[in-house]
Design a protein around this ligand. Structure first.
Ligand code: F6P
Length: 529
């Protein structure tokens, strides 16, 4: 019997059992949790028992997680469809040894670029700049935007703004009120061809020129293509380069993180890198049983591929991680949203889940209704710091903690119809009406969740958290036998958008369009001012 078959059999046996009853094993909370440094990951509020955990671990082992993990860290070309190594881990390998790609150690170049970034960031922080505008999209936006927001208490550099959408509303709203003479524009694009970024960069250049700034001095580029940045007119001395072995959604650790470094300073940025490096070390060295990224991945596989829950909610009880769900959406869905195996054959099972979420407690007043009482089960992943940064607002943080813990408890315990009857009776309902009212107040419970705890959201911890999720995605990809590092699924839309542009602006006819698209374009043409 394969591990997959064994897991499906186990699920069919245990799917209706009570999660609270699993705690008759008084050691469950200890046995179904893991610690790395100051971090604590609890997955005891799931339907995973010792037998299932062993089978999941065997699945990971037999999928070759350990060998493939080494291949990644050692610079093998594991991004097979693009024939590239996957080495974002080298960008944070500050205290480690050489990392070889095709026989060449990449670490001297990594250190040189980092040193150049530090010099530049220090100059910007000490200079007359009031604002930094990062223009990028996907990984060239979400990484810096999410981390700058997350580390607001450490932000002592110029204000940072992020422009990503090709919708002119984005750049118009972000530039409004800025002084073009004291604004630094960072054009962040690995390829330096992405239409959104290049369009916004040209608009920003025109704005700066028109308002008395000097784009030759105040524009910086972050890219793998020095030819293209030069073609755009950016001084090579203002370009921070990186290599194709850094994937877009894994790129915040290098030049793409420049706005973060300017915001929090090189020292705090180093701590951010060191946090990620600590997680790398753990991922590489810990046994599968104690390996946090592996355990997180196995919980994901159990819920998504075995239990059939199609989405997972990321719920940071941390306002400054409000963009983490968006960040993880790209990281997880662009990486593992694939339909074919490495071999090119169709995947026999569902691949990556839909990832979504929002910061708590706001989500509680929006979509938690469905999570608690809806017909679909949504595994929830809570993140929570033991401490907030606001020393004078400790009572806020205590309420935040109470809310987070209350949610995972409520999801697991639910409320029985007997309990609901007592509540309805206390409200004065009687007879049939009491029964009906009680049924609306029942919570099925038995809904799984995990909780990741950490002492404080500081740069080191944020680095750990992001690296943890990166490696989780990697492990899930290995187990699913898919290639997690390409993103061909975004290409078709890009191609069609460029062929549609002349049809939209009227320079080409709609004759070759499908009838639905032609009708939409016709409506737009007729209603255009
Ligand atoms: O969405 C596809 C994608 O290639 C992402 O992987 C990437 O982060 C984003 O576009 C931006 O690409 P670039 O940095 O080359 O502008």
């Amino acid at each position: 019997m394969t591990h997959w078959t064994a897991l499906h059999e186990q699920y069919s046996r245990v799917k209706n059992r009570s999660i609270p009853k699993l705690f008759e094993n008084s050691a469950r909370a200890e046995q179904f949790s893991a610690r790395v440094g100051d971090m604590y990951f609890d997955f005891s509020k799931t339907n995973i028992d010792a037998e299932t955990l062993q089978t999941l671990l065997a699945l990971a082992r037999d999928s070759g997680v350990q060998a493939k993990r080494e291949a990644m860290f050692e610079g093998a070309r594991i991004n097979e469809t693009e024939d590239r190594a996957v080495l974002h881990t080298a960008l944070r390998n500050l205290d480690g040894g050489p990392v070889m790609v095709d026989g060449v150690d990449v670490m001297p170049a990594v250190h040189n670029t980092l040193a150049a970034m530090r010099r530049f960031a220090t100059r910007v922080r000490e200079g007359a700049y009031t604002d930094v505008v990062n223009i990028g999209i996907g990984g060239s936006d979400l990484g810096p935007a999410m981390t700058v927001c997350a580390l607001a208490p450490y932000h002592d550099g110029p204000r940072c703004h992020f422009v990503s959408n090709i919708d002119g509303a984005d750049i118009a709203d972000k530039l409004r009120g800025l002084d073009a003479k004291t604004t630094l524009v960072i054009v962040a694009s690995k390829t330096f061809t992405t239409i959104e970024t290049m369009t916004n960069a040209r608009t920003a250049k025109a704005w700066m020129t028109d308002h008395g700034g000097d784009p030759r001095v105040q524009f910086v580029a972050l890219s793998t293509s020095p030819e293209k940045t030069a073609g755009f007119g950016i001084d090579p001395a203002q370009v921070f380069g990186f290599e194709d072995w850094v994937g877009g959604r894994y790129s915040v650790w290098g030049p793409i993180g420049l706005s973060l470094m300017i915001a929090i300073g090189p020292k705090a940025f180093d701590a951010f890198l060191r946090g990620a490096a600590a997680m790398d070390l753990h991922f590489r060295a810990a046994s599968l049983e104690e390996n946090l990224p592996v355990l997180l991945a196995l919980v994901g596989i159990w819920h998504n591929q075995i239990c059939g829950y199609t989405t997972r909610a990321v719920l940071p009880y941390d306002e400054r991680l409000a963009l983490l769900p968006n960040y993880l959406q790209q990281l997880e869905m662009e990486s593992n949203g694939k339909g074919v195996l490495r071999s090119g054959a169709d995947s026999p099972r569902n691949t990556g889940p839909v990832v979504w979420g929002a910061a708590g407690t706001n989500g509680q007043h929006a979509f938690y209704q469905l999570i608690h009482q809806g017909t679909r089960v949504v595994p929830c992943e809570f993140l929570l710091a033991a401490n907030g940064h606001e020393a004078e607002l400790v009572h806020h943080h205590q309420l935040l903690i109470a809310n987070c813990l209350a949610q995972s408890k409520a999801l697991m315990l639910g409320r029985s119809v007997e309990q609901a009857r007592i509540i309805a009776a206390a409200k004065g309902f009687e007879g049939d009406d009491l029964e009906r009212q009680a049924r609306h107040r029942v919570f099925p419970g038995n809904r799984p969740s995990t909780t990741l705890l950490y002492p404080l959201l500081d740069p080191f911890t944020l680095g750990q958290i992001i690296a943890l999720y990166e490696h989780r995605v990697f492990v899930e990809g290995i187990i699913l036998d898919i290639i997690s590092f390409d993103q061909w699924g975004v290409e078709l839309g890009k191609e069609l958008a460029s062929t549609l542009q002349p049809v939209v602006d009227g320079s080409q006819s709609c004759a070759n369009e499908d009838p639905s698209t032609a009708a939409l374009i016709d409506f737009i043409h007729r209603h255009r001012d």
